[in-house]
Design a binder for this molecule. Structure first.
Ligand SMILES: [Zn+2]
Ligand SMILES: [Zn+2]
Length: 181
């Protein structure tokens, strides 16, 4: 007979869906409000919980927006933008996300990036793509107060210009980055 077994598993499932402690607390405080303890109808205990859940949903929504590659945005500018927003997680998850959404057939992307020294997202921008030469400051000699001269090394831009765009489906960087080495 299967019947008793099925009934038993249903009971176990319903136990798993019992309200959590925080949910039952919220339900109780709502009930006490309905009893008329607060004529204004605001529930100081329940409201922060709602606001928190809404804020979390909002943050997730924003994250999804930020993690979506822009129209014709290149991998370099995408990584620059998303690493600034979310930080490097020590892996190639941002590059992989770009690939999944933009160039799903580039299955070897992580291996190619790692071969070029990009073992995580921030290393891609440190070792694989570099701001193109035209964006760097010029090297120059500067006179010191004591009459000597100091060599000022070229510096990369503090902020990258907006992506100049690539063909859709490409994993190559745009003209603002030096190409694969
Ligand atoms: Zn990193
Ligand atoms: Zn770009």
């Amino acid at each position: 007979m299967d019947e008793p077994t099925a009934a038993k598993s249903t009971a176990a499932d319903s136990t798993a869906f019992e309200p959590t402690a925080s949910e039952s607390t919220a339900a109780e405080s709502t009930a006490s409000d309905a009893a008329g303890s607060d004529p204004a109808g605001s529930d100081p205990a329940a409201e922060p919980i709602m606001a928190e859940a809404e804020a979390e949903a909002h943050v997730r929504e924003l994250a999804e927006l930020w993690l979506a590659p822009h129209e014709r945005e290149c991998l370099g500018c995408y990584l620059d933008r998303t690493i600034t927003a979310f930080g490097c997680q020590g892996d190639l998850r941002l590059a992989a996300r770009f690939r999944d959404l933009i160039a799903p057939r580039a299955v070897g992307l992580e291996r190619r990036l790692a071969d070029a020294g990009g073992y995580c997202d921030c290393e891609v921008l440190a070792n694989v793509f570099q701001p193109a030469a035209h964006l760097w400051t010029l090297s120059r000699d500067e006179e010191l107060p004591n009459g000597g001269w100091v060599d000022i090394e070229p510096e990369p831009p503090a902020v990258m210009p907006p992506c100049s765009g690539v063909r859709r489906g490409s994993t190559l960087p745009c003209s603002h980055w030096s190409t694969w080495r």
